[in-house]
Design a protein around this ligand. Structure first.
Ligand SMILES: C[S@@+](CC[C@H](N)C(=O)[O-])C[C@H]1O[C@@H](n2cnc3c(N)ncnc32)[C@H](O)[C@@H]1O
Length: 298
């Protein structure tokens, strides 16, 4: 019996299996998983006629089983495309969402022709997808990635290496719910040569913003696979905004701007918090569904 298989046959079989299990996007999922199982550069199409070894076939069928059990494709293959790059994820990092790309678009609109050196702070970096995408697009930018989770920061470092950005970033484990968080950021900027100023020109943040009572109602793929610390924003979803906004000015340079992702139903509450801490709402950026998604503030 031959130990070689044909990609078209495997794909068709995989798509059928996913369809039978009512997976919403069977064709795309099967193509991504087969491409990953055989280390194919790009994504396999049905018309591609590629010979597949038994080992690769077994890997693909293992992926199919996991998908049928409800695991998201990105968690199965361990990475997700975001903006212009592919980012490694792990069980400690949020699966990057297309909605967060609105932050990169908003930043690029303002800074893409900027010639000066820029310091970027990414609060709650997760995989690093937001901060790394920004400094990858801008020339002359350095990045401080902050997260409460050490294993997430390790993933930022791996992603920075893959993008050839390691020399432009530093990571620091900090909890913004602790009183000393600003002081700890300043200690880092003071000791790291990469940062000549201890304030930042751009601050980006996608904090946890789901109301605690809503977590149970989330899709299984989110609830079971995204870390709780990256989702739970407290009783009204605004715990992190309150903690960060209180001291934000101490980190922002004179002409600096901040871009925060928000829950699409949180704008009214967030406006009150901004006012309380004397921050200005400059603009609200919508996501691809037309929802309020990113606030630009200073
Ligand atoms: C919604 S996720 C965003 C991750 C990533 N920026 C993205 O957009 O994919 C929020 C991130 O904030 C981090 N985080 C949550 N609470 C934190 C806290 N109190 N201090 C610092 N980081 C925190 C989580 O570990 C998580 O990585």
């Amino acid at each position: 019996m031959s130990d070689q298989f044909n990609s078209k046959e495997l794909l068709i079989d995989g798509i059928n299996k996913l369809q039978l299990s009512k997976i919403p996007t069977p064709e795309l999922d099967a193509r991504i998983m087969l491409s990953n199982a055989i280390n194919y550069q790009g994504i396999i199409y049905i018309h591609n006629n590629i010979l597949i070894s038994k080992k690769e076939k077994n890997k693909f069928y293992d992926f199919l089983d996991k998908r049928i059990q409800g695991k998201p494709v990105s968690r199965i293959i361990g990475s997700r495309n975001f903006w212009k790059n592919n980012f490694l994820i792990n069980k400690y990092t949020l699966d990057p969402r297309p909605d967060s790309e609105v932050i990169i678009e908003a930043v690029n609109k303002i800074y893409s022709n900027n010639a000066k050196s820029i310091q970027v702070l990414d609060l709650g970096s997760g995989s690093g997808c937001i901060g790394l995408s920004i400094i990858d697009d801008l020339n002359n930018a350095s990045l401080l990635s902050v997260d409460v989770c050490k294993q997430a920061l390790e993933q930022v470092e791996r992603n920075a290496k893959r993008l050839n950005l390691s020399k432009k970033i530093r990571c620091v484990q900090i909890n913004w719910l602790k009183k000393t968080w600003i002081q700890n950021i300043k200690l880092t900027t003071n000791k790291e040569r990469l940062f000549s100023k201890n304030k930042f020109d751009i601050i980006v943040c996608n904090p946890p913003y789901i109301k605690s009572s809503e977590i149970e109602k989330l899709q299984t793929e989110v609830k079971n696979y995204d870390p709780l610390v990256s989702l739970d924003g407290g009783m009204d979803g605004c715990d992190s905004y309150r903690a960060i906004f209180k001291d934000l000015r101490q980190l922002l340079s004179k002409d600096g701007l901040c871009f925060f992702e928000i829950g699409f139903d949180l704008l009214a509450e967030i406006k009150i918090i901004l006012k309380e801490f004397n921050l200005n709402l400059i603009r609200v950026h919508k996501d691809f569904h037309g929802h309020n998604r990113v606030i630009e503030i200073n």
